[in-house]
Design a protein. Structure first.
Length: 265
């Protein structure tokens, strides 16, 4: 696995960004709103992934911390997005998301992870994702800028990293549905296409190009983990996916922040 110099410090800094300071500042502009809306989209998948990891017994302490912090962050950002909503249509989307979130959150915390609950979590994570994506796209369209699209696309890459891991862990735990394997492959193709689009963006600074290069490095590790064949040590296979999905998320979080700051000028 990756032994990037400074990787531990980078991971700590990104974790601090995601789960401490990032949700405390209120939304101040449309690009900040698109970023947070996109992060809600990502969290919908990350929470399911960590729920499945708890069911599998994978990195239990860290998975529990990630699940708890993700729930708290989703709660806080949803309030911000509802308050910020610049049109009645966007406000309506976030009111609907709030209703779907209540049911999803109850499934995540209502009982210890179990296979029956896992199937429900999988279904509800899809419902929450649809609405979170709808809100992000509406905000991007409201911005009417190429900048808004770059924040949205880069934010979607975060979600896809967690979506792939979610379906991998769901299948490994035996709670995946008939579409899980196909959805994993679709997310993989979408991630590759999204990375190509971002890499070709004329607005990229050298810092963003460097960030995307680090994402590409992590993608190689993550894709290798996803390609692991069943039949080996399931604990090790699922642990590899858990670890590499977090690392690529860390790098993508940095890139999204760079796009947000670049386009906010």
């Amino acid at each position: 696995m990756n032994t990037n110099p400074g990787g531990i410090l980078r991971a700590v800094l990104v974790a601090t960004l995601m789960f401490a300071g990032v949700a405390q500042a209120q939304i101040t502009d449309i690009n900040s709103a698109i970023n947070k809306a996109g992060r809600e989209r990502m969290l919908s998948q990350r929470m399911a992934k960590t729920y499945f990891q708890l069911g599998l017994g994978v990195d239990v302490d860290r998975s529990k911390r990630v699940l708890d912090s993700s729930i708290s962050l989703f709660d806080r950002q949803l309030v911000e997005l509802k308050n910020y909503s610049p049109t009645p249509e966007i406000k309506d989307t976030y009111q609907k998301l709030e209703g779907a979130w209540i049911a999803y959150k109850d499934s995540l915390v209502g009982a210890p992870p179990n296979p029956e609950g896992g199937k429900k979590v999988l279904a509800l994570s899809e419902q929450v994702l649809v609405l979170a994506h709808q809100g992000t796209v509406q905000l991007e369209k409201h911005s009417g800028t190429t900048a808004g699209r770059l924040v949205n696309i880069s934010g979607r890459q975060r979600m896809l990293s967690q979506r792939m891991a979610k379906f991998y862990q769901a299948v490994a735990w035996g709670v995946g549905d008939a579409n899980s394997a196909a959805e994993l492959e679709k997310a993989r193709k979408d991630f590759t296409a999204g990375h190509q689009e971002l890499s070709a963006a004329p607005a990229n600074t050298q810092q963003i190009k460097d960030g995307l290069g680090l994402v590409q490095q992590q993608w190689l590790f993550f894709e290798n983990a996803l390609n692991q064949k069943a039949g080996g040590d399931k604990k090790q296979l699922t642990s590899n996916v858990a670890t590499t999905s977090e690392r690529i998320l860390e790098e993508m979080e940095v890139v999204v922040g760079q796009y947000e700051r670049l386009t906010a000028k």
